[in-house]
Ligand binder design. Sequence first.
Ligand code: 6GU
Length: 225
Amino acid sequence: MKITTISIFPEYFSPLELSLIGKARSQSLIDFKSINLRDFTTDNHHSVDDTPYGGGAGMVMMAEPWGLAIDSILEKDSEIDLIILTPAGAKFNQKKAEKLSGAKHLVFACGRYEGIDTRVGDYYRGVSGVRVHEISIGDYVVNGGEVAALVIIEAVTRLIPGVIGNPASLDEESHNEVGALEYPTFTKPAIWREINVPEVLLSGNHGQIQKWRQEEAKRRSELGQ
Ligand code: 6GU
Protein backbone atom coordinates (compact mmCIF):
# COMPACT_ATOMS: atom_id res chain seq x y z
CA MET A 1 0.00 0.00 0.00
CA LYS A 2 1.13 3.53 -0.80
CA ILE A 3 0.47 6.21 1.80
CA THR A 4 1.07 9.92 1.17
CA THR A 5 0.45 12.65 3.71
CA ILE A 6 0.15 16.31 2.75
CA SER A 7 0.77 18.75 5.59
CA ILE A 8 2.54 21.96 6.59
CA PHE A 9 4.32 19.84 9.23
CA PRO A 10 5.80 16.90 7.30
CA GLU A 11 8.05 16.02 10.29
CA TYR A 12 4.93 15.24 12.30
CA PHE A 13 4.97 11.78 10.71
CA SER A 14 8.39 10.69 11.99
CA PRO A 15 6.78 8.21 14.46
CA LEU A 16 6.00 6.10 11.40
CA GLU A 17 9.69 5.15 11.36
CA LEU A 18 9.15 3.24 14.60
CA SER A 19 7.72 -0.10 15.58
CA LEU A 20 5.59 -2.30 13.37
CA ILE A 21 4.95 0.34 10.76
CA GLY A 22 8.65 1.10 10.43
CA LYS A 23 9.29 -2.61 9.94
CA ALA A 24 6.50 -2.87 7.36
CA ARG A 25 8.10 0.03 5.51
CA SER A 26 11.50 -1.62 5.50
CA GLN A 27 9.87 -4.79 4.14
CA SER A 28 8.18 -2.72 1.40
CA LEU A 29 4.66 -3.63 2.58
CA ILE A 30 4.08 0.11 2.97
CA ASP A 31 5.50 2.85 0.78
CA PHE A 32 5.16 6.05 2.83
CA LYS A 33 5.81 9.61 1.72
CA SER A 34 5.19 12.85 3.60
CA ILE A 35 4.92 15.94 1.41
CA ASN A 36 5.08 19.60 2.41
CA LEU A 37 2.08 21.70 1.36
CA ARG A 38 4.30 24.80 1.26
CA ASP A 39 6.19 23.30 -1.69
CA PHE A 40 3.00 23.91 -3.71
CA THR A 41 2.48 27.58 -2.85
CA THR A 42 2.76 30.19 -5.57
CA ASP A 43 3.64 33.39 -3.66
CA ASN A 44 6.92 34.60 -2.12
CA HIS A 45 5.60 34.13 1.41
CA HIS A 46 4.57 30.51 0.81
CA SER A 47 1.08 31.34 2.12
CA VAL A 48 -1.34 28.50 2.71
CA ASP A 49 -4.23 30.32 4.41
CA ASP A 50 -6.46 33.36 4.11
CA THR A 51 -9.44 34.95 5.90
CA PRO A 52 -12.82 33.24 5.59
CA TYR A 53 -15.45 34.55 3.17
CA GLY A 54 -18.44 35.69 5.22
CA GLY A 55 -16.20 36.67 8.11
CA GLY A 56 -15.56 34.90 11.40
CA ALA A 57 -12.61 33.88 13.49
CA GLY A 58 -9.48 32.16 12.25
CA MET A 59 -8.06 31.37 8.85
CA VAL A 60 -9.02 28.91 6.14
CA MET A 61 -6.55 26.93 4.05
CA MET A 62 -6.63 28.07 0.42
CA ALA A 63 -7.69 25.58 -2.22
CA GLU A 64 -4.90 26.07 -4.76
CA PRO A 65 -1.88 24.72 -2.82
CA TRP A 66 -3.98 21.61 -2.03
CA GLY A 67 -5.03 21.34 -5.68
CA LEU A 68 -1.43 21.50 -6.89
CA ALA A 69 -0.20 19.03 -4.25
CA ILE A 70 -2.96 16.50 -5.00
CA ASP A 71 -2.52 16.93 -8.78
CA SER A 72 1.21 16.16 -8.36
CA ILE A 73 0.24 12.82 -6.78
CA LEU A 74 -2.35 12.09 -9.49
CA GLU A 75 0.30 12.66 -12.18
CA LYS A 76 2.07 9.51 -10.98
CA ASP A 77 -0.89 7.53 -9.71
CA SER A 78 -4.37 8.03 -11.18
CA GLU A 79 -6.21 5.94 -8.59
CA ILE A 80 -6.26 7.22 -5.01
CA ASP A 81 -8.41 7.36 -1.92
CA LEU A 82 -8.24 10.97 -0.74
CA ILE A 83 -8.87 11.33 2.97
CA ILE A 84 -9.67 14.84 4.13
CA LEU A 85 -9.32 15.11 7.90
CA THR A 86 -12.00 17.32 9.41
CA PRO A 87 -13.96 17.35 12.68
CA ALA A 88 -17.05 17.70 10.45
CA GLY A 89 -16.37 14.38 8.68
CA ALA A 90 -17.88 10.93 9.13
CA LYS A 91 -16.64 9.32 12.33
CA PHE A 92 -13.79 6.84 11.89
CA ASN A 93 -14.34 3.28 13.09
CA GLN A 94 -13.04 -0.27 12.63
CA LYS A 95 -15.32 -0.95 9.66
CA LYS A 96 -13.91 2.08 7.85
CA ALA A 97 -10.38 0.90 8.72
CA GLU A 98 -11.14 -2.49 7.17
CA LYS A 99 -12.48 -0.90 3.99
CA LEU A 100 -9.47 1.40 3.64
CA SER A 101 -7.02 -1.47 4.26
CA GLY A 102 -7.83 -2.75 0.76
CA ALA A 103 -6.90 0.54 -0.94
CA LYS A 104 -3.88 0.92 -3.22
CA HIS A 105 -2.94 4.47 -2.34
CA LEU A 106 -4.23 6.50 0.62
CA VAL A 107 -3.63 10.25 0.45
CA PHE A 108 -4.17 12.20 3.68
CA ALA A 109 -4.94 15.91 3.44
CA CYS A 110 -4.09 17.26 6.90
CA GLY A 111 -5.60 20.70 7.41
CA ARG A 112 -4.78 23.20 10.16
CA TYR A 113 -6.50 26.40 11.26
CA GLU A 114 -10.26 26.38 10.57
CA GLY A 115 -9.90 23.74 7.87
CA ILE A 116 -9.50 23.49 4.11
CA ASP A 117 -11.61 25.40 1.54
CA THR A 118 -14.62 23.12 0.97
CA ARG A 119 -14.17 23.24 -2.81
CA VAL A 120 -11.12 20.94 -2.59
CA GLY A 121 -13.28 17.96 -1.59
CA ASP A 122 -16.03 18.98 -4.03
CA TYR A 123 -13.56 19.23 -6.92
CA TYR A 124 -11.87 15.86 -6.35
CA ARG A 125 -15.20 14.09 -5.89
CA GLY A 126 -15.70 14.91 -9.57
CA VAL A 127 -12.32 13.54 -10.70
CA SER A 128 -12.44 9.95 -11.93
CA GLY A 129 -10.13 7.58 -10.08
CA VAL A 130 -10.39 9.63 -6.88
CA ARG A 131 -12.55 8.49 -3.98
CA VAL A 132 -12.96 11.28 -1.42
CA HIS A 133 -13.53 10.49 2.27
CA GLU A 134 -14.08 13.25 4.82
CA ILE A 135 -13.19 11.71 8.17
CA SER A 136 -13.20 12.78 11.83
CA ILE A 137 -11.57 10.72 14.59
CA GLY A 138 -14.11 11.62 17.28
CA ASP A 139 -16.22 14.21 19.03
CA TYR A 140 -13.49 16.58 20.16
CA VAL A 141 -11.29 19.13 18.43
CA VAL A 142 -7.54 18.78 17.87
CA ASN A 143 -5.33 21.43 16.30
CA GLY A 144 -4.78 19.75 12.99
CA GLY A 145 -5.37 16.69 10.87
CA GLU A 146 -1.88 15.25 11.37
CA VAL A 147 -2.63 13.41 14.61
CA ALA A 148 -5.90 12.14 13.09
CA ALA A 149 -3.97 10.83 10.06
CA LEU A 150 -1.57 8.98 12.39
CA VAL A 151 -4.51 7.30 14.14
CA ILE A 152 -6.03 6.18 10.85
CA ILE A 153 -2.68 5.05 9.41
CA GLU A 154 -2.04 2.87 12.46
CA ALA A 155 -5.56 1.37 12.45
CA VAL A 156 -5.42 0.64 8.70
CA THR A 157 -1.86 -0.60 8.25
CA ARG A 158 -2.08 -3.20 11.03
CA LEU A 159 -4.81 -4.88 8.96
CA ILE A 160 -2.50 -5.34 5.95
CA PRO A 161 -1.31 -8.97 5.69
CA GLY A 162 2.25 -9.28 7.00
CA VAL A 163 2.28 -6.08 9.06
CA ILE A 164 1.24 -7.75 12.32
CA GLY A 165 3.52 -10.48 13.67
CA ASN A 166 0.65 -12.58 14.98
CA PRO A 167 -2.32 -12.55 12.56
CA ALA A 168 -4.30 -14.71 15.02
CA SER A 169 -4.77 -11.60 17.15
CA LEU A 170 -6.50 -9.91 14.18
CA ASP A 171 -8.72 -12.97 13.76
CA GLU A 172 -9.80 -12.75 17.36
CA GLU A 173 -10.65 -9.06 16.95
CA SER A 174 -12.78 -9.65 13.87
CA HIS A 175 -14.75 -12.39 15.64
CA ASN A 176 -15.75 -9.81 18.19
CA GLU A 177 -18.87 -7.94 17.23
CA VAL A 178 -18.16 -4.35 16.18
CA GLY A 179 -18.02 -2.10 19.20
CA ALA A 180 -17.62 -4.89 21.74
CA LEU A 181 -14.66 -4.21 23.96
CA GLU A 182 -12.27 -7.01 24.65
CA TYR A 183 -12.00 -9.19 27.72
CA PRO A 184 -9.71 -8.40 30.69
CA THR A 185 -6.16 -9.72 30.38
CA PHE A 186 -3.63 -11.07 32.89
CA THR A 187 -0.14 -12.53 32.88
CA LYS A 188 2.23 -13.88 35.53
CA PRO A 189 2.43 -13.68 38.49
CA ALA A 190 -0.95 -15.19 39.52
CA ILE A 191 -1.09 -12.87 42.55
CA TRP A 192 0.08 -9.27 42.29
CA ARG A 193 -0.24 -6.93 45.31
CA GLU A 194 -2.81 -9.32 46.78
CA ILE A 195 -4.95 -9.28 43.63
CA ASN A 196 -5.66 -12.75 42.21
CA VAL A 197 -6.03 -13.68 38.56
CA PRO A 198 -9.59 -15.05 38.09
CA GLU A 199 -9.59 -18.76 38.97
CA VAL A 200 -11.17 -19.85 35.68
CA LEU A 201 -8.12 -18.65 33.73
CA LEU A 202 -5.90 -21.03 35.72
CA SER A 203 -8.29 -23.97 35.20
CA GLY A 204 -7.11 -25.09 31.78
CA ASN A 205 -10.78 -25.54 30.78
CA HIS A 206 -10.83 -23.80 27.38
CA GLY A 207 -14.61 -23.97 27.00
CA GLN A 208 -15.15 -22.24 30.33
CA ILE A 209 -12.39 -19.74 29.65
CA GLN A 210 -13.98 -18.75 26.33
CA LYS A 211 -17.40 -18.41 27.95
CA TRP A 212 -15.98 -16.26 30.77
CA ARG A 213 -14.14 -14.01 28.32
CA GLN A 214 -17.27 -13.50 26.21
CA GLU A 215 -19.32 -12.60 29.28
CA GLU A 216 -16.66 -10.19 30.55
CA ALA A 217 -16.31 -8.51 27.14
CA LYS A 218 -20.08 -8.09 26.99
CA ARG A 219 -20.24 -6.72 30.54
CA ARG A 220 -17.43 -4.25 29.81
CA SER A 221 -18.98 -2.97 26.60
CA GLU A 222 -22.35 -2.52 28.37
CA LEU A 223 -20.62 -0.51 31.08
CA GLY A 224 -18.72 1.38 28.39
CA GLN A 225 -15.44 0.96 30.25
CL1 6GU B 1 -9.84 14.96 11.57
N1 6GU B 1 -9.32 17.25 12.77
C1 6GU B 1 -9.42 18.10 13.79
N2 6GU B 1 -8.81 19.28 13.72
N3 6GU B 1 -10.08 17.83 14.90
C2 6GU B 1 -10.67 16.64 14.97
C3 6GU B 1 -10.61 15.70 13.94
C4 6GU B 1 -9.92 16.05 12.83
N4 6GU B 1 -11.31 14.62 14.31
C5 6GU B 1 -11.76 14.88 15.53
N5 6GU B 1 -11.39 16.10 15.93
